[in-house]
Design a protein around this ligand. Structure first.
Ligand code: ASP
Length: 656
């Protein structure tokens, strides 16, 4: 098909902006044909641009034949320039922003054709692999256009917010040295320095701290971070952080600049949130919600019922009560008819879920229309039942589930089931945005595999000032001045007050098994910087992708990233990662070429002082008479051309 040129065609309006007010005006529009349809003598075409959709129409009986022919050639996703007159529609479409008007076509240019699409853009059920392979088309869909727009708005709002607060945006390197954020590094081989590597930053952590030492006091960067981790729905190998760092601050100061930003971002999607956000110590979060990122849209808390079973005939519970706190019986009670009406089959299915979470089974007690039913009913005397009801604060119908084991085991089981069941029973208010800060994290945790303590957040996090002595006596009990921002059960940010003196930093390195030599070689620059007047400082990083995912109300960060990787860490569109040329590998010293040795013939002359051409000729001849193996040599001739000395040189050989 012969294409028309854009030429000097100028768009007068954005498609989505057209309203009844424009009736009678001649407009020029650009965009993609969403679809064409013929209804009797009328041909309709929906034209889409970034700002919306508008209906174009031509009447077969009255339209210019050339225009009509062109219109009939148009297929979905052709690129068009259209001219026409805005008119009030006879049958209005209330579902469309421009649904009161249509454009009566007077001119049409086909700027480009489009091959039949691999999937219809309106189809919601297209497999993700296909969508990601043709991501450039997938991104045309309304939802993704909206998500990208929201993301851009969040970034702009964030920049403005911090600019108003006098933060300065500074870029930090992408090619850098590995810093320990706890994940595997992506490495970049150095061509110039064989055998040496850069690491892509897991975060700009140390650079932003150094910027505080440099006196910038308030830093912000919306930056890309790279972590070679196993992927999940809310993780990607490269992701974006809103990264901040501040000098002369306490954790409340850092939280104080973040909360108003969250209020503004929530407003963008019409959610009201109140400040200050609740602060919950890590220990309570684990005790009540079985999670360090509790979803407070559900108010149900885990309760410790161990003492109630101290004299129980139910062995499983009583042995836990006898264990001196090693193992506990913890429970969740879901009030209401829906919970009380759970069938035997549903309870069996729930038991399977509990088993996958590491439980031996799922003891339950249910109070419904027919009174109590329980997996351990025969051990529940009326007095026990009454005590249990009182202990759990049960006033009416509902379901209690129990987990027995160590704190870690029971938290895992009940933390998961709490949300699963709350959702199922309608006890979780999906319309809310529930922010909170989880604070007082432990500084260190014991790593069984490496048989040493490792930092829970990162090793630059300040120990709680009240716990400094514990660093030597009981490192595992030492709290950190670290805080996570949680929204609806997702960690959307995390940060800490940092260590700002070299001695404490070295002490912490020692506690986590980094000796002096290793500390110098890996973090010498940091220790140096801390010794040159580092201010007290702290900061935080927000996960932009996760935040936008929650604002957009989608359940996967791939939906808010223009060109994401699959769960197998691949880009299906570009087919990266992919093999590279051997030459590239060789250049990067990642591939050693099999050696080839070339023997190169070289002739050396010792020419007599002021040597003459004739003698040189004779010397050459002599050389060529030597055996081929001796084709290199030193030949010394007397003035008559007689060989005084002929010497074969076994080299040189050159290796490439
Ligand atoms: N760099 C940290 C992280 O990526 C955040 C911070 O401590 O500011 O988790």
């Amino acid at each position: 098909m012969k294409l028309d040129r854009l030429g000097n065609f100028q768009r007068t309006h954005r498609n989505g902006d057209l309203r009844l007010d424009h009736a009678g005006q001649t407009v020029r529009l650009l965009g993609w044909c969403r679809r064409v349809r013929n209804l009797g003598s009328l041909v309709f075409l929906d034209l889409r641009d970034r700002w919306g959709l508008v209906q174009l129409v031509a009447n077969e009986e009255t339209a210019d034949p050339e225009l009509l022919a062109k219109l009939k050639a148009v297929r979905s996703e052709f690129v068009l320039a259209a001219e026409g007159v805005v008119a009030e529609r006879e049958s209005k479409n209330p579902n469309m922003a421009t649904g009161e008007v249509e454009i009566r076509l007077t001119g049409l240019r086909i700027l480009n054709t489009a091959a039949p699409l691999p999937f219809p853009l309106e189809d919601e059920g297209v497999g993700e692999d296909l969508r990601l392979t043709y991501r450039f088309l997938d991104l045309r869909r309304d939802q993704l256009q909206r998500n990208m727009l929201l993301r851009s708005e969040v970034a702009n709002l964030t920049r403005n917010h911090f600019r108003e607060l006098d933060f300065i945006e500074i870029e930090t390197p992408i090619l850098t040295k590995s810093t320990p954020e706890g994940a595997r590094d992506y490495l970049v081989p150095s061509r110039v320095h064989p055998g040496e590597f850069f690491a892509l930053p897991q975060s700009p952590q140390l650079f932003k701290q150094l910027l505080q030492v440099s006196g910038f006091e308030r830093y912000i960067q919306i930056c890309r971070c790279f972590r070679d981790e196993d992927l999940r729905a809310d993780r990607q190998p490269e992701f974006t952080q809103i990264d901040i760092e501040m000098s002369f601050v306490r954790q409340e100061d850092v939280q104080g600049v973040i909360e108003p930003l969250m209020v503004k971002l929530a407003q963008v999607v019409g959610k009201q949130v109140n400040t200050p956000f609740p602060r919950l110590p890590f220990r309570d979060a684990m005790e009540w919600y079985g999670s360090d990122k509790p979803d407070l849209r559900c108010s149900i808390k885990i309760q410790d019922v161990t003492p109630l079973f101290a004299n129980s005939g139910f062995n499983l519970f009583r042995t836990a009560a006898d264990s001196g706190g090693q193992r506990r019986v913890r429970a969740l009670f879901f009030p209401g008819e829906a919970a009380a009406a759970l069938s035997r089959k549903q309870l069996d299915e729930l038991q399977e879920v509990a088993k996958q979470l590491g439980a031996g089974g799922l003891p339950y007690a249910k109070w419904g229309k027919e009174g109590l039913s329980s997996s351990f009913k025969k051990f529940l005397e009326p007095a026990d039942e009454a005590a249990l009801k009182q202990g759990l604060g049960i006033g009416g119908e509902g379901l209690a589930i129990f987990a027995v084991g160590t704190d870690a085991q029971t938290s895992r089981i009940l933390g998961d089931l709490r949300l699963r069941l709350a959702r199922q029973f309608g006890l979780l208010d999906e319309s809310r945005f529930a922010f909170l800060w989880v604070v007082d994290f432990p500084l260190l945790e014991w790593n069984e595999e490496h048989r040493r303590f490792v930092a829970c957040h990162h090793p630059f996090t300040s120990p709680h000032p009240d716990d400094l002595d514990l660093l030597d006596s009981d490192p595992g009990a030492c709290r950190a001045v670290a805080y996570d921002l949680v929204l609806n059960g997702f960690e959307v940010g995390g940060g800490s007050i940092r260590i700002h003196d070299a001695d404490t930093q070295s002490r912490l390195f020692r506690t986590i098994g980094i000796g002096e030599a290793e500390a110098r070689s890996k973090f010498g620059f940091l220790l140096d910087a801390l010794s040159y007047g580092a201010p007290p400082h702290g900061g935080l990083a927000l996960g932009l992708d996760r935040l936008v995912m929650l604002l957009a109300g989608v359940d996967n960060i791939r939906e808010v990233i223009a060109f994401p990787k699959t769960a197998q860490a691949r880009c299906l569109m570009t087919d990266a990662p992919s093999p590279v040329d051997e030459r590239q590998l060789r250049e990067l010293h990642l591939l050693q070429e099999a050696k080839q040795t070339y023997r190169v013939g070289a002739v050396f002359f010792e020419s007599a002082e002021g040597g003459n051409a004739e003698l040189r000729g004779q010397a050459l001849q002599q050389i060529s008479q030597l055996t081929p193996r001796q084709a290199q040599g030193l030949v010394t001739l007397d003035p008559q051309g007689q060989i005084l000395e002929a010497q074969s040189i076994s080299g040189p050989t050159f290796e490439f």
